[in-house]
Design a binder for this molecule. Structure first.
Ligand SMILES: NC(=O)c1ccc[n+]([C@@H]2O[C@H](COP(=O)([O-])OP(=O)(O)OC[C@H]3O[C@@H](n4cnc5c(N)ncnc54)[C@H](OP(=O)(O)O)[C@@H]3O)[C@@H](O)[C@H]2O)c1
Length: 247
């Protein structure tokens, strides 16, 4: 089966780096028109220029409700939204007792509130597509808890998993599939401490496959959920973790 998304319109958040940048390239190469967003305008513009026709850069802060409304205004120009990929994410760091409330609110705004609100705002355009697919990027730390102190991150990723199942229930009758992608550790800016040998060692020990993944190993799972290859899959959490959470 040739997995393609030709002619589909996709919105990818967190598109300036890491997994999101990768997702833009993958969806574009598979035939989608991609609206790419994140705060770093130059990186988005460079990505759009490199991809050529079919990638549109709309820079802004996804935690800002006015920006979200403007972003959806741009999507509305296409008359439909086939793929909503809620990928933007951030993490907190440190024992909870040392964190500020502002830090927690920042993580909740980016990782959870913006995801729920973007689903809400794009609903009419998802409903206008013949077979809409929403993909929320969770984490293995939405399925199990992290030993490292990231209270906001763990809380929001767990919430994303159940929000995904719930929205799949709400929108199933409308023909919209809602799924989550839950990556293990992938080498990106967020996991830059990958260079730390102890983390690499622990990934080798914890994963059943015994190795750190390449960024390209997320391509297949993403395309599966985005395309008609998963036309009977909804409310699912696709864990891509080399077996980390299996045992
Ligand atoms: N890498 C992993 O191992 C891993 C594992 C599990 C889950 N995940 C999840 O995968 C997703 C992508 O992570 P990543 O590793 O690719 O992270 P990353 O390299 O740090 O990239 C995060 C992306 O989110 C964007 N972003 C953050 N805050 C934003 C805001 N306020 N407004 C708009 N955009 C914002 C960033 O763009 P700007 O800074 O330009 O705004 C960037 O494009 C996240 O949801 C993360 O939790 C990653």
């Amino acid at each position: 089966m040739d997995v393609r998304v030709d002619g589909k319109v996709a919105l990818v958040t967190g598109a300036s780096a890491g997994l999101g940048e990768r997702f833009v390239r993958v969806l574009h190469r598979a035939g989608a028109h991609v609206v790419a967003t994140a705060r770093r305008e130059e990186r988005l513009e460079a990505l759009a220029a490199e991809c050529g026709d079919g990638v549109e850069a709309i820079p802004g802060d996804i935690a800002d409700p006015d920006f979200r409304a403007a972003l959806v205004g741009a999507v509305a120009g296409h008359g439909r939204l086939d793929i909503l990929l809620n990928n933007a994410g951030t993490n907190d760091d440190g024992p909870l007792e040392d964190e500020t409330l502002d830090e927690i609110i920042r993580v909740v705004d980016v990782n959870l509130v913006s995801v729920i609100d973007l689903c809400r705002l794009t609903a009419p355009w998802l409903f206008a597509a013949p077979a809409g697919s929403v993909i929320n990027v969770a984490s293995i730390y939405g399925v199990v808890a992290s030993p490292g102190p990231m209270a906001g991150y763990n809380a929001t990723k767990g919430a994303i998993v159940n929000f995904t199942r719930h929205l799949a229930a709400q929108w199933g009758a409308r023909g919209i599939r809602v799924n989550a992608l839950a990556p293990g550790y992938f080498p990106t800016e967020m996991t830059a401490h990958f260079e730390d040998q102890s983390l690499t060692d622990s990934i080798r020990k914890r994963t059943l496959l015994g190795r750190v993944p390449g960024l390209e190993e997320i391509d297949g799972p993403l395309l599966f959920l985005a395309s008609d290859a998963s036309s009977y899959v909804s409310g699912h959490v696709l864990v891509v973790d080399g077996g980390w959470t299996a045992v």
